[in-house]
Design a binder for this molecule. Structure first.
Ligand code: ADP
Ligand code: TRP
Length: 342
């Protein structure tokens, strides 16, 4: 919980404010799943009263990335993506995780009160093992670093996609273990999910969209490349005039991301009825391309401006790191004092 102090008629008034925090891994280009499942929600939340912290989880990326130049590039691209899509550095603090090294120290304090069993139950870790990933210790302890990220800023609300909910619950558990041992040091965070409809944006092949599956569509894709990618949306060979269930057609899922409810219902009705007026798959894909070009046109233009002004992006990240660092250092002092290191 943040504390806002201001003077009113000579008396200092302290108001508690809600602190919102979330992180995103700089792993490749951000896709529509990342946008509808996470980024859009982060940006919309800026409008709510409170303090907002958004960071690029570059320490986390080290558990899987071995290419320093690519990592640097991804961090920059992720920052530009948030800024281009509307993150306002006047309202929200945007920073690099590694600019606040205090979180790695808090990770140790939390690791020391956390049982192995908790981490062994992590779905995302088990999923990675099931996909044949050879785990390093960093990957195993990933949820502790994530808990430190959350607890270091006294975060109240953590907006995330469904797959991250368990990690936030683990942060609640770790705050509980530490507080149970040493007194009320950490604030218990709550997660917040994006709208139900967008918890699982499908990929070009109909599975969950993910960079790892190569079925993703970059937010800023446009022109010929966009047409080519959207052309890959998996469909069957039924003719347009055959009546179909719109819920079973992948291009309709994509239209649902972009069209207003009135237009979407009109497309759905025509698909359901079939006949000479019904749209074919090519027609639906063309509308996806148009709608996506249109929705992201302003952000694409802002992205170009930011690409041309790298100093501005560096400055925003640096200032963000200072603001976040100041907050984390207060929490660090509190935690060190509580457990006997001061
Ligand atoms: P990826 O699977 O492509 O590597 P990440 O795991 O980095 O994506 O996810 C970053 C954020 O985007 C998370 O909050 C996650 O819940 C959200 N997200 C990722 N893919 C999707 C999707 N297909 N649908 C909805 N949200 C998603
Ligand atoms: N693990 C999150 C993801 O893959 C990124 C992340 C790291 C995060 N630290 C966080 C999200 C703290 C919310 C809060 O998407």
């Amino acid at each position: 919980m943040g504390r806002l102090s201001h003077s009113q008629a000579g008396v200092t008034v302290v108001t508690a404010m809600t602190t919102y925090l979330s992180g995103i891994q700089p792993s490749g280009l951000q896709h529509l799943g990342n946008y509808f499942g996470a980024i859009r929600q982060h940006i919309e939340l800026q409008a709510e009263a409170g303090e907002h912290f958004y960071f690029i989880a570059d320490y986390h990326a080290l558990t899987t990335n071995r290419d320093p130049a690519a990592l640097r590039e991804c961090v920059r691209e992720t920052a530009i993506t948030y800024l281009a899509l509307g993150l306002d550095p006047e309202r929200a603090t945007l920073f690099r995780q590694s600019d606040v090294p205090e979180v790695t120290e808090l990770t140790w304090l939390l690791a020391s009160v956390t049982g192995m069993g908790l981490l062994e139950r992590a779905h995302s870790y088990k999923d990675k093992l099931a996909h044949g990933v050879k785990p390093n210790v960093g990957l195993f302890t990933y949820p502790i670093l994530m808990a430190a990220d959350i607890l270091a800023y006294d975060s109240d609300v953590v907006p995330v996609g469904k797959d991250q909910v368990q990690h936030v619950e683990m942060a609640q558990d770790m705050a509980g273990y530490f507080n149970g041992a040493y007194g009320e040091v950490f604030t218990r965070p709550e997660y917040r999910l994006a709208g139900e409809a967008f918890t699982k944006v499908p990929g070009l092949d109909g599975q969950k969209m993910s960079k790892t599956y190569g079925n993703d569509l970059w937010i800023f894709e446009s022109g010929k490349r966009l047409k080519k990618r959207v052309g890959k949306l998996v469909t069957d060979s039924r003719p347009p005039e055959e009546a179909k269930d719109p819920d079973e057609i992948l291009p309709m899922d994509f239209l649902a991301l972009f069209l207003d409810p009135g237009e979407l219902e009109e497309w759905r009705g025509r698909v359901r009825e079939g006949g000479a007026e019904a749209p074919g798959y090519g027609h639906m894909k063309m509308r996806v391309v148009e709608a996506m070009e249109e929705q992201f046109a302003p952000a694409r233009a802002r992205r170009e401006e930011l690409l041309a002004d790298p100093g501005r992006v560096d400055e925003i990240l640096e200032q963000g790191g200072q603001v976040a660092g100041n907050r984390a250092r207060e929490v660090r002092e509190r935690a060190l004092a509580a457990c006997g290191l001061r």
